[in-house]
Design a protein around this ligand. Sequence first.
Ligand code: ARG
Length: 476
Amino acid sequence: MAKKPATRKSIPKTKKAAAPTKPWGGRFIEATNALVEEFTASIPYDWRLYPYDIAGSIAHAAMLGATGIISKAESRKIIRGLEEILRDIAANTFKFSVELEDIHMNIEHRLIQKIGPVGGKLHTARSRNDQVSLDIRMYLRDEISEIHRLLGTLQQVIVKLAEQYQDVVIPGYTHLQRAQPVLFGHHLLAYYEMFDRDRERLQDCFGRVNRMPLGAGALAGTVLPIDRLFVAKQLGFEALCENSIDAVSDRDFAIEFTSACAQIMMHLSRLSEELVIWSTAEFGFITIADAYTTGSSIMPQKKNPDVAELTRGKTGRVYGSLMTLLTIMKGLPLAYNRDMQEDKEPLFDAADTVTLTLPVVAGMLSTMTVHRDRMRMAAEDGFITATDLADYLVRKGLPFRQAHEIVGKAVLRATEIECGLGNMPLAEYRALSPLIRDDVYEALSLEASVGRRSSSGGTAPANLKKRLQALKKKMR
Ligand code: ARG
């Protein structure tokens, strides 16, 4: 039987630990109800924060030693113990326990087991409230950097495709009705812009994530002579959270991050929707590679664009996470409330979904086959250059509204005599407007249509070429 692979999302299998005493047990007589233990525990999911929790604790312990709040020897002992715990968890030999609620208490408890009562000094001038905020911020810094990188890779794929099919004309659509011819590369680069804004959003969000909350304590700060800047520097934080109450109760940064994820997914979903449409027999613009499609268990001929569809579907999960976070926070009085523990699963799920989806979509794009002939054929629709005919009349001095009217009549007439605008006899044209001469046919070609749209940001080949050059230089 195939062994289920261990993922970083599942809690490592361990033997059940002997019931540990809770770090907060002092004022309690009765034991916690077993179901309540399960209900209140976050360890089944927050164990993932362990590298950040430990790095944060090491920095805190170093600061306690440097400021003389604890002795240098004590600080060193604590740090060595924490480093050992880090290795234990990475090696899967750490026993996580639900009775110890969360990652913070699991680690602290183990530290005291390992190095004795001196381990109890680690939590000096600290609370789980500022600790958890620190952990999430450190986790998000990594996720933001990774997503930022993955977006860059996707952009590279897009630029490469746009360059490869630079000369291919497709119908541009509005209302999913053929509207005006555009270059396929120009269409693709629209997604480049979306993903660029996504990267900017993440970068912007990073600045607000990258503030150091430790030192807030439970909510009011501490009486001890701590050095917050020392900790911030050691952990690479740009600035401090300036208000202790805000430091422990703010989750704006998590909401912002999830909102950025939601927009990334929205963009990926729009792209996926196009790939689904383009890969139909009706469109036939692209074929998605076998490696990125799946078959049907009943219809042998089917090759389904499931990756694109799931990308669309997974967008819903990330929107859900955003709504969850917003809703968790909306009724909370200052400062920390336990409700906030519910922030982790949606946050992790949003980040996991985005980091999984981005490379899959990049792979699907880079391996798909583009059918330039089918694209061209669709663009050769008889009326797609109607706007060009109006522009032609405008160039001859007619006000646009009158030109629009004449072209409308031309379309009507062409439909009657069953031809397109590009091959309607000149006599028919001249009956509608004497301004039309035989140079009209050149003006109505696809090449002329895209070629003339050279306003800045327009679809003209010269623009695309320039833009591609600039983007390639930027990405180098
Ligand atoms: N597991 C908690 C969370 O994720 C940590 C903070 C708990 N603080 C407390 N005072 N109960 O939010």
